[in-house]
Design a binder for this molecule. Structure first.
Ligand code: 3PG
Length: 210
């Protein structure tokens, strides 16, 4: 996946699952469950002590999955994610330092933005494919419609508050390529190791744009 671009990450499926993992032994079965449902691009958030080990396990043992690191906030995160085997990066905000680190380590980055100024900073650095976070809290579909004028060339992955109920509204917008969300990997299903539920949720998510 060396030449993977941020646009390819977003175009692979209608939804990028946002994953929080507390136990490394859950990483491989969870990734397999999502792949079985039709999702390959998997965002594992760097929010738990085990996140990097989880990325490493998925990269090693689930060749059909494309593990990425989420909640990437600084250069050290970028380096750690790359060393763990992450194929892409997702950040909750954007700094040029982060963009530079992503380039240095050769990984596509979906930078998080919530304002016009942040979009312009990301554009200045060559990013035209962005995560819109926190999507619902920051203005939802109304803000995306407003941005389609001045930022017609930008494509977004709204994340934060997206659900099976509102995902179609976002996906219907011409400047939305995919959405991100944690609803595919409920904490309870992971705790119960109920992988079938997760495969079902993934398969339903794939159908969102059908
Ligand atoms: C996050 O980074 O937590 C994502 O935005 C997930 O948000 P969600 O839990 O509302 O899907």
């Amino acid at each position: 996946m060396r030449s993977l671009t941020a646009l390819q990450v977003m175009q692979d499926a209608p939804v990028i699952p946002v994953i929080v993992l507390d136990h490394v032994q859950d990483a491989v079965p969870l990734a397999r469950a999502l792949v079985a449902g039709g999702l390959r691009m998997l965002e594992i958030t760097l929010r738990t002590p085990q996140a990097l080990a989880c990325i490493e396990a998925i990269a090693r043992e689930v060749p059909q999955a494309v593990p990425g690191a989420g909640t990437v906030r600084n250069s050290a995160d970028v380096q750690a994610a790359q060393q763990a085997g992450a194929c892409f990066l997702v950040s909750p905000g954007y700094t040029s330092t982060l963009g530079q680190a992503a380039r240095t380590y050769g990984l596509p980055l979906l930078p998080g933005v919530a304002t016009g100024s942040e979009i312009m900073t990301a554009l200045d650095d060559g990013h035209t494919v962005l995560k819109f976070f926190p999507a619902l809290a920051a203005g939802g579909t109304a803000l995306l419609k407003a941005w389609s004028g001045p930022f017609a060339d930008v494509r977004f992955c709204p994340t934060g508050g997206i659900s099976p109920q509102n995902a179609r509204d976002f996906l219907a917008l011409p400047n939305v390529t995919c959405v991100g969300g944690s609803w595919l990997t409920p904490a309870q299903a992971i705790a119960e190791r109920n992988w079938d539920v997760i495969t079902r949720l993934a398969a339903q998510a794939v159908q969102l744009r059908a």
